[in-house]
Design a protein around this ligand. Structure first.
Ligand code: ZN
Ligand code: ZN
Length: 304
């Protein structure tokens, strides 16, 4: 792979990955006579294991609506939402994928576990797929462009993705494999372990209400905000464009609960910038958290 390592900083930004990294995917798609990566996915049937991985936590979260709430349930739900949310926005996206700043341990470990608790798959897989998206945004090789269907972009793409396509994309996140706990999470099924540990712990402490309210309801809200970044923030009618990027990305004020990821057009224009909200009215909770972590020196060298 064409990943270039320079100096003590272990990881290049995705922009440094050469276009030669992609032919593997093109060849894979051609091998199925489909012609493009997105066509390859759309021709693949839904994977029942992935469907169960998403449907079961939805059912658990919705079942929680029928149970009475306690103040403790509310507090835990907010805490888990912020943990699994920032684990995606601050850690997987702005740190690990785009290298917008450096991060100290054990903060990285805490967020890696949070991403697993939030059922985001393993970080190497997440990073490689998102780097691939930035290289191919809204082309026929984009994994999840809404040009190929809104539901395809929202969820169907990862429920259908063939295993060999996933394998072919993963080298785009080779730099992440230097971190031992990220290699551990990449082992088949291992990213489920932190999730199960937290679910069982909540059940042991507060029974079914705490588990369903504290983990699965915030998960539903967080998961659909993440999916919406792939679907709605690439639809022109869902927001406004500040930059004339080559993709369809927009800034979406309605996705305020996405912790700042809704300013997606700003992000596509400047992928490495740690701040996605650029105007005073573009509220960006992840930017505020990075600022706070920089003040206490847990985060450094921020590309503001
Ligand atoms: Zn995008
Ligand atoms: Zn990105």
């Amino acid at each position: 792979m064409g990943i270039v390592m320079r100096g003590p900083r272990p990881a290049p930004s995705h922009e440094q990955l050469a276009p030669e990294d992609l032919p593997t995917l093109a060849n894979l798609a051609k091998g199925r006579a489909s012609g493009s990566t997105s066509a390859l996915i759309r021709k693949t049937p839904l994977n029942p294991v992935y469907v169960a991985w998403i449907v079961v936590p939805h059912l658990l979260g919705l079942a929680g609506l029928a149970l009475p709430w306690s103040a403790r349930d509310v507090a835990v739900a907010i805490g888990i939402y912020l943990w699994i949310g920032f684990s995606v926005t601050l850690y997987l996206h702005r740190y690990l994928t785009h290298r917008g700043f450096d991060m100290k341990e054990p903060l990285g470990f805490l967020f890696a576990m949070g991403s697993a608790v939030g059922l985001s798959g393993d970080p190497v897989g997440w990073v490689s797929h998102h780097r691939h998206h930035h290289k191919t945004s809204d082309t026929d090789n984009d994994l999840h462009s809404p040009r190929h269907g809104l539901m395809h972009a929202h969820m169907k793409w990862f429920l259908r993705e063939p295993a060999d396509l996933d394998d072919a994309i993963r080298p785009l996140a080779e730099d992440c494999r230097k971190v031992p706990y990220l290699r551990w999470l990449e082992r088949p099924g291992f990213f489920m372990i932190p999730h199960v540990v937290v679910a069982v712990a909540l059940y042991a402490i507060g029974g079914l209400p705490l588990m369903l309210h504290g983990l699965y309801l915030p998960w539903i809200v967080m998961a659909h905000h993440t999916y919406a970044i792939n679907s709605l923030t690439h639809k022109s009618w869902f927001g406004y464009r500040r930059f004339e990027t080559t993709d369809d990305s927009v800034n979406a004020p309605l996705l305020i609960m996405s912790l700042g990821e809704g300013w997606h057009n700003n992000h596509h224009a400047h992928p490495r910038r740690a701040s996605h909200g650029l105007a005073w009215y573009e509220i960006d909770a992840t930017k505020m958290m990075i600022w706070l972590l920089e003040r206490v020196r847990l985060v450094r060298n921020v590309h503001w």
